[in-house]
Unconditional design. Sequence first.
Lengths: 274, 331
Amino acid sequence: MKKRNRRQKMCIGLRFFVLFLLTVCVAGFICTDAARVTDFSRKNMAPCLLYPFGTDWMGRDMLARTLKGLSMSILLGVLSATVSACIALILGVASATLGRAADRGIGFVIDLMMGIPHILLLILVSVALGKGWKGVAWGIALTHWPSLARLIRAEVVQLKESPYIQIAEKLGKSKWYIVRKHMLPHLAPQFFVGLVLLFPHAILHESSVTFLGFGLDAGQPAIGIILSEAMQHLVTGKWWLALFPGMMLVLVVTLFYEAGETLRKLTDPASVHE
Amino acid sequence: MVRQWSIRIAGYALRLLILLFAVSVLTFALMKASPVDPLQANVGQTALGSMSQEQIEKLREYWGVDMPPVRQYLSWAGDFLRGDMGTSLYFRQPVENVIADRLRHSLLLMGIAWVCSGILGFFLGAAAGMFRETWVDRGIRGYCLLMSSTPAFWLALLLLMVFGVWLKVLPIGLSVPAGMEAANVTFWDRMRHAVLPALTLSLTGISNIALHTREKMIEVMEQDFILFARARGENRRQIFRHHGFRNVLLPGITLHFASVSEIFGGSVLVEQVFSYPGLGQAAVSAGLGSDMPLLMAITVVSALFVFGGDALADLLCGIADPRIRRGGFRE
């Protein structure tokens, strides 16, 4: 077998992550109907060959439900994390380029957002928007940007000192031109890495908030709801209801982390040759 | 010197006040934006339906539903400052009583978890940094990565399953034995009920501080003075005691004080799983039951804790770090 260097191995690993996550998503959509089928002739079955994740008290196939729930969580997490990252990019750049007052104002908002415990903030937004899908999605989108915005701001502040930006300023280029032509291309890798590293947070928070009961109504196979339903059946010894869906969730989140870290290493010039 | 310190503390206090004011405005605005009708939430749909239009008008006036939002906010904030936080709809009690009672339980839980995760996390991180790229480091790092992608509530479920249901050694919920009179509950009972939630919080809290300490430790270990210490013949333990420990302690403390917000967030989830009657569980009940006064009060109180933690971290750093203690501010 051909010997590969670490960079090539990382690229292969990255492809594997993406493929796996896509598979989960696609499988979730195929399972949409299977996840709803109730069949009381097969209720409360422990994991077996036919139903690897077992079945619940209504005879629903837990594997199908888990896949469906995960795909929904991934989709929602990716969508709202993307919105959040865009907010972070805009505010981060604005904070560094629009002068002192803007910097102070945005810094204050960041402090404010970080001062309220995250879960509590999600609950507040969810209540404000009326519970349900919309509240969770907006909650995640509106609360995940502060740390990335700080990172981007620091990067832009540094960037502003670099000769090519200062020359562009001296040449009389407008701020918008400099941001568009010089800063954004430079920020792109950081932005995408930050975006991918937001996914695991977004998914974890999505599942937490739905677990607490602020997401969809019960019965929908979101991963948080599956787990909160499983909680009620734990005492009677139905361990598989909570174990496997949770494990799949942890696996997906870990893979997102790994993908983000790999991406970071691949784009960071300091560690790309390691 | 004294003057300098009093100015610093006054500065923190001012900042705290401004931030708390902003938090209360934000919370109030979010609650105002909520589609829940305050009248309906207060008296209930059926009661409201059976009332005459006049009665409803009177109620609206009594609660000031039609006042402009700014006036409403001012009246709420004024009462809040005087210690009257309103009445909780969910618990049918004054909010300040609910919070005082809940906070006692939560503080026990969060206190244990905060101390345990801090000490354990710090030493694990330090060990990982000292033995970089060995199996010790890999193990600790792997654990931390796994923990940071594990939702706290699922870990709580797992522990509940193993210790509560399967081994039956620890209680599965609540903060005191069910059906026991309050007077008969011993300290031991309370601790037994706090073990599992506190354990969950500690296990998840470790990863952040351990990873951070590890990074710092690696940084320190690459310094020239470590090389020199090695050349002098100091062994690992001496290097750790004389150089490593002192240098990573400060960033560790700062980070851990700043992580109050995360422990609070975790406690919301964990208390929900263990039906532990703490502040977090009250927040969830308030959110689900549209209990606005309670939810707003909990937000302000928790923000107070978070900001307090941040300010303490800064102050402690100032006291512990000789460079800052002797002159000027930290950059």
